[in-house]
Design a protein around this ligand. Structure first.
Ligand SMILES: *[C@@H]1O[C@H](CO)[C@@H](O)[C@H](O)[C@H]1NC(C)=O
Ligand SMILES: *[C@@H]1O[C@H](CO)[C@@H](O)[C@H](O)[C@H]1NC(C)=O
Length: 367
């Protein structure tokens, strides 16, 4: 009797979930997720088409599916099934009623026509919560840029974002004014930063990224605009940089508003023929004589190893007004460049503390 009662209750729950999924326009319940009531929206059942020449149409259709999934009374999955789907830039906006999983099984590709001129967000997630995106593969578009803004509890994993290294000034992924964001186990190569963590973020983890070509993984640039907010708690860990211009980088503008960036850790990074593996540049952007007003504190570079091809493997140039506090532990960057220049450790306006191996050897800081 008891067992029977349980079955009845489960099937009742399931049929209620099924009804609500169907009412939502979702196709079915993902079989293995029955008990979590996940409604699946296969985009190809909603007007999104594989093949060339459907960019605009696909963007419109995808936006519509997103809106439906976002209003779903149960957690939803937006599924892009195997195939190559071209799109024009899309804005996927929240807040949504329930968590959303956005899964690309093969390839979503950027419309080339939209990439000439100044960079645009190819795909922008705005004000979404509890969202997971995976399997994003984008091969050979001139540029691809994912932007996560104003969002909470956002995870991106297993992405492949590749573009030629001469593509315009376009980051692989940019995160701003968001909280609890994770970018995990992905391969990103672009013409600019592989991942950039902008202003107003709290609690961002970037882990397991293979970056290259590109400009590395950056915090910033910070302080270009008046209304920017502080950044707190960023962890970049277990990443590999291959032939990039920079590795781990923090950049803030001269003559910036007053801002703080605290608790920033770059650790367990491997550099493979990287130009500037460790960079703090607080003289970024304008040519203003006014120093940067971004205070960098609780900054850590730990266990960063591999090879560099420039004479300044470590360059820490902080603000005259707000010297930065940086701890460096177990840095071992072997010079493999062809120039005969002596290897340098460049430093200005910083309070540095050291532990473990330091290669290149530190030298006194300019003030
Ligand atoms: C974050 O989002 C995931 C995926 O939707 C969800 O499973 C998890 O419960 C959320 N975490 C919090 C703290 O809400
Ligand atoms: C240092 O980083 C490398 C590369 O990510 C990792 O394999 C190794 O375990 C790390 N060492 C320590 C002591 O954490």
């Amino acid at each position: 009797m008891a067992i029977q009662g349980k079955y009845v209750r489960i099937s009742l729950l399931l049929s209620l979930a099924l009804i609500s999924c169907v009412a939502n326009g979702a196709d079915h319940l993902a079989p293995r997720r029955l008990l979590t009531n996940l409604c699946t929206f296969d985009v190809t059942h909603h007007g999104v088409k594989a093949g060339a020449g459907k960019c605009k149409q696909n963007a419109v259709a995808l936006t519509k599916v997103w809106v439906q999934a976002c209003q779903s009374v149960a957690p939803a999955k937006v599924l892009i099934p195997p195939g190559t789907f071209e799109i024009s830039p899309v804005l996927l906006e929240g807040p949504c009623k329930n968590p959303i999983i956005f899964e690309i099984q093969e390839e979503l590709s950027m419309d080339k026509a939209h990439v000439s001129g100044h960079p645009v967000d190819s795909i922008k997630f705005c004000k979404v919560t509890n969202t997971v995106i995976s399997g994003f593969t984008s091969l050979n578009p001139p540029a691809f840029h994912m932007h996560v803004v104003g969002s909470t509890n956002f995870t991106a994993h297993s992405l492949t974002i590749t573009a030629p290294d001469d593509s315009p000034n376009t980051d692989g992924m940019h995160i701003s004014t968001s909280c609890n964001v994770k970018v995990l186990n992905s391969k990103i190569g672009t013409g600019d930063d592989c991942v950039s963590v902008g202003q107003g973020n709290t609690d961002v983890t970037i882990s397991g990224i293979q970056c290259g070509p590109g400009h590395g993984i950056s915090l910033g640039s910070l302080g270009k605009y008046k209304d920017e907010k502080n950044v707190n708690k960023v962890l970049v860990t277990d990443c590999k940089f291959i032939g990039t211009d920079n590795g781990a980088r923090i950049k803030t503008w001269l003559n910036s508003p007053n801002l703080k960036a605290t608790d920033i850790t770059f650790q367990n990074l491997v550099m493979d023929m990287v130009k500037n593996p460790i960079v703090i540049d607080q003289e970024y952007g304008s040519k203003s004589p006014v120093p940067s007003n971004v205070l960098l504190s609780d900054i850590h570079f730990r266990n960063i190893t591999g090879t560099s091809i420039s004479d300044a493997a470590v360059s820490v140039v902080c603000s005259k007004k707000f010297p930065c506090c940086v701890d460096m532990a177990n840095i071992d960057l072997v010079y493999k460049g062809t120039d005969k220049l002596p290897k340098k450790f460049e430093c200005a306006n910083a309070k540095l503390t050291f532990a473990g191996k330091q290669n290149p050897a530190p030298c006194p800081c300019r003030r």
